[in-house]
Design a protein around this ligand. Sequence first.
Ligand code: SF4
Length: 291
Amino acid sequence: MICNLCPRTCGALRTETEGHGVCRMPALPVVARAALHMWEEPPISGTRGAGTVFFSGCSLGCVFCQNESISHRDFGKPVTVSRLREIFFELIAQGAHNIDLVNPTHYAHVVAQALAEPLPVPVVWNSGGYDRVETLRALEGKIQIYLPDLKYVTPEYTEKYSGAADYPEAAQAAVLEMFRQTGPCAYDENGLLKRGVVIRHLVLPGKLAEAKRVMDWVSGHFAPGEVLFSLMSQYIPWGRAAEFPELNRRLRPSEARAAAEYMDALGLEGFTQEPESAEQAYIPPFDLTGV
Ligand code: SF4
């Protein structure tokens, strides 16, 4: 295939086994782990866990990526589309409340094929937010819950820390398209999310003002309660963070507190994390479990 799936629109050739675009990934999906996961937001992880499928490769280049062994160093195993669907059903048999596709952007074409027939549980599109609107439109009706990051709204940061100057414009358009598809959040009888958009923002050290600008954007585009906002304070220096001294520390409790207070003052509904939750335990072992 000639690939234009993500905002990079590389037009790169992707064969079943080789990839030549920014994401480096072949046309068949490469998966590093498929297992129940308790660390998503409460109405997604529930009591039994989200059925996470971690995809390898990435079209972004975030210098602090916590999953860099799979996103930048591409660890994982190629699987066929039929095996991917089989994995979904194995996770459902283990009790997964949903199928949680982690970093699926560059595999949108195979996700659409694997979901040609609906699943008995909601499907979560858990992306970095760097999604192309045209690609999302092709997924309409197949994805019930969108869980995008909104990492920044300032191009200077997106270029420097993620290698994508167009991230703000692309991610904002993507979030609006996601909401157009799902509408406001809706829950089942057990309080689990069955439809909606949850926007995540990881507060970076020294970037409280940027976190506020992100929250301002969300507050300016959605009525209270229409989307959920997940303010993440568990940043730990990882990946290439040592090359960026300003990112090479944990968040100060005062920064996390100020961000949470701002979220509260704006009336954004959702979730916050304690900075003490910055543990490596959030990074699951990428060991081909369930693949
Ligand atoms: S998904 Fe990969 S190959 Fe396709 S446009 Fe994006 S970076 Fe390029």
